[in-house]
Design a protein around this ligand. Structure first.
Ligand SMILES: NCc1[nH]cc(CCC(=O)O)c1CC(=O)O
Length: 326
């Protein structure tokens, strides 16, 4: 029998989205363990403070995760809740990601005050996104549009749209829905139009690898389908060295015990896009992802990725805009 936890502290970032996610996990845990005292520890991460510089320059993706990990290490918190998309593929050995929760809408969303979809935008219209993945996929299909960087938390990004800086912006549907902002979505991009990032729309719980007891207690929140899909998608990123500067998409679906994954690597200017597909039994989810990654490598993904890493190494702190893949 798993023992009921007495007290749990959840570490979270301070953004509205992060707080929603932490509260979501808190409420789900309270429903399972009504006698448990569950509280939030809200931390400001360096990634939240440094919004004006390139994310890759200040430590990349792991930045948002690191300060929460410190809280786990020194015992201030028992678990950390993350958007799975923001969790690095390789965790340090002291940490584990034992639980993936049921996934929300994984799609990218088109948000605009004046237009109904990407297809309605006039030539030269400015679309905001800081994700190389979104940028490359938009450019491939809509070469007449101008993609410009867009950073900040969700409210900041919507503010920049409303101020007139962009004709439209692309955001994860899941984030907008979590904040009750789904009315701002004018269109959903199908996975074919904009294949989502690995883990988009899913939440992951991180704990110390040494806390096997806690992993068993938290297992009540795990969603098997989301877990299989996450394992497949994250395997693609892992094999391809999914850093912040890589325009990589990986999206898996589960049906009848079979995981099917689609993955893409693209030139940021949209001039070239590689596609791969693989499928297999859910128990082999990781191998299915690795197979898709292998197919991308055989098509030449390595050359695109190496070149991008070189370019990002040379970019200065004052390079225009910050880019991430996600
Ligand atoms: N890159 C930041 C980020 N991390 C998680 C989400 C939204 C929620 C999710 O995808 O799970 C977002 C915003 C976005 O990409 O628009």
């Amino acid at each position: 029998m798993t023992e009921v936890p007495k007290r749990l502290v959840i570490a979270t970032r301070a953004s509205r989205l992060a707080l929603w996610q932490a509260e979501h996990v808190r409420d789900a845990l309270r429903a399972h363990y009504p006698s448990c005292d569950i509280s939030l520890l809200t931390l400001t991460t360096r990634g939240d403070q440094i919004l004006d510089r390139s994310l890759s320059k200040v430590g990349g993706k792991g930045l948002f995760v690191k300060e929460l990990e410190n809280a786990l290490l020194d015992g201030r918190a028992d678990l950390a809740v993350h958007s799975l998309k923001d969790v690095p593929m390789e965790l340090a050995p002291s940490f584990a990601l034992p639980v993936i929760l049921k996934r929300d809408d994984p799609r990218d969303a088109f948000v605009s005050n004046d237009y109904g979809s990407l297809h309605d935008l006039p030539d030269g219209a400015v679309v905001g996104t800081s994700s190389l993945r979104r940028e490359a996929q938009i450019r491939a299909r809509h070469p007449s549009l101008v993609v410009k960087p867009l950073r900040g938390n969700l409210d900041t990004r919507l503010g920049k749209l409303d101020r007139g800086d962009y004709a439209a912006i692309i955001l994860a549907a899941a984030g907008l829905r979590r904040l009750g902002l789904q009315d701002r979505i004018r269109a959903y991009l199908s996975p074919d139009e904009s294949l989502p990032a690995a883990g988009q729309g899913a939440l992951g719980i991180e704990i110390l690898a040494s806390r096997g007891d806690l992993a068993r207690q938290l297992a009540v929140l795990a969603d098997p389908a989301a877990t299989a899909c996450a394992h497949a998608e994250r395997a693609v990123s892992r094999v391809l060295g999914g850093s912040c500067q890589v325009p990589l998409a990986a999206y898996a679906e589960l049906e009848g015990g079979i995981v099917s994954i689609r993955a893409r690597v693209a030139e940021p200017d949209g001039s070239r896009m590689l596609h791969a597909q693989a499928s297999g039994e859910a128990e082999r989810a990781q191998a299915v992802g690795e197979q898709a990654a292998q197919s991308l490598l055989e098509q030449g993904a390595g050359a695109i990725l190496t070149r991008l890493v070189d370019v990002s190494d040379m970019s200065s702190d004052t390079a225009p805009g910050a880019r991430s893949a996600f």
